[in-house]
Design a protein around this ligand. Structure first.
Ligand SMILES: [Zn+2]
Length: 146
């Protein structure tokens, strides 16, 4: 999988997950890439380098960006944390803001969850005081978008 930082014409920023750079290009041309906040199809890539989720073993051409060696203490800690999160959290995907709120207001039992939010949703959760942790790209846990 390859992950791009995308933006829509209304200024929302979000991540898009694609099988390859070609898949992104063809889906975007076909109008299949939509902003999760406003459904705008006029999306573009932010000028940051894509990163790759290696959890699925897909062969992906990685652009010439420095790749951290896999045996450093930081990389080891990251992979240990990733394994822990996968083992101890429930994947609620795009329902994350809804489920996090319900737990915060006592409408659902507390448990570890993981999922995806737009930057707008993350900000709204933070303003409401709903505890949530934003993970760095190295800890992306492999959910599909939507
Ligand atoms: Zn948008």
């Amino acid at each position: 999988m390859i992950v791009y930082s995308l933006h829509c014409s209304n200024g929302h920023r979000f991540e898009g997950w694609f099988a390859s750079a070609d898949a992104y290009a063809s889906q975007r041309t076909a109008g299949q890439v939509a902003c999760p906040a406003c459904d705008d199809r006029a999306v573009g890539k932010l000028p940051s380098a894509p990163y790759v989720n290696t959890g699925r073993g897909d062969a992906v051409q990685v652009p010439a960006t420095p790749v951290e060696r896999q045996d450093t203490p930081v990389a080891n800690a990251m992979s240990a944390m990733k394994a822990f999160l996968l083992a101890h959290t429930e994947d609620v995907g795009r329902r994350f803001p809804e489920v996090a709120r319900r737990m915060h207001y006592g409408e659902e039992p507390h448990r570890g969850i993981r999922g995806r939010v737009t930057t707008q949703e993350a900000r709204a959760l933070e303003e409401e005081g709903v505890p949530a942790l934003s993970l760095p790209p190295a800890l992306a846990l492999g959910e599909d978008v939507h």
